[in-house]
Design a protein around this ligand. Structure first.
Ligand SMILES: [Zn+2]
Length: 142
């Protein structure tokens, strides 16, 4: 049983239409937390780093594989994560990176997370994405 944590004490960004297939003109392909730039993002659950990369839209990203067969994308981070591929991140403890505003698909500092059973949540079909806020609530650490 994998335990899940909030990435930081912050606000879930419901104002952004979280995980919504019909938000504005396009789907919102994940879940957001608002937070000041620079706030430390802790691993949402325990699992190894799968990828560290950057895209023009999503900025500095890290993908973590989880113990229950999912993949978490952490996006728009302030800088390249210092975590290495294969490194074990401990849920609620290990710092993944810092909240930022990198990439063209963000309009203010926040954490965007994609969540899927597919290894690349940012490329997965919407139907293969999972609501991370709901998954955290259902698997909350005691
Ligand atoms: Zn988002």
């Amino acid at each position: 049983m994998a335990e899940y944590f909030e990435p930081f004490p912050g606000t879930r960004g419901d104002e952004l239409g979280n995980f919504n297939k019909a938000y504005r003109t396009q789907p919102h392909r994940g879940s957001d937390w608002s937070g000041n730039g620079g706030k430390v993002i802790k691993a949402i659950t325990t699992g190894r780093v799968k990828e560290v990369f950057e895209t023009s839209a999503l900025g500095h990203c890290l993908i973590q594989a989880t113990a229950d067969g999912h993949y978490i994308l952490y996006a728009h981070m302030k800088a390249k994560s210092s975590r290495k591929v294969g490194e074990m991140l401990i849920g609620g403890e290990t710092a993944v990176g810092a909240v930022g505003n990198t990439g063209t698909s963000t309009t203010g500092a926040h954490l965007h997370c994609g969540f899927s059973t597919k290894p690349k949540p940012h490329l997965a079909a919407f139907e293969d994405l999972v609501d991370l806020h709901a998954h955290i609530d259902a698997n909350k650490a005691a």
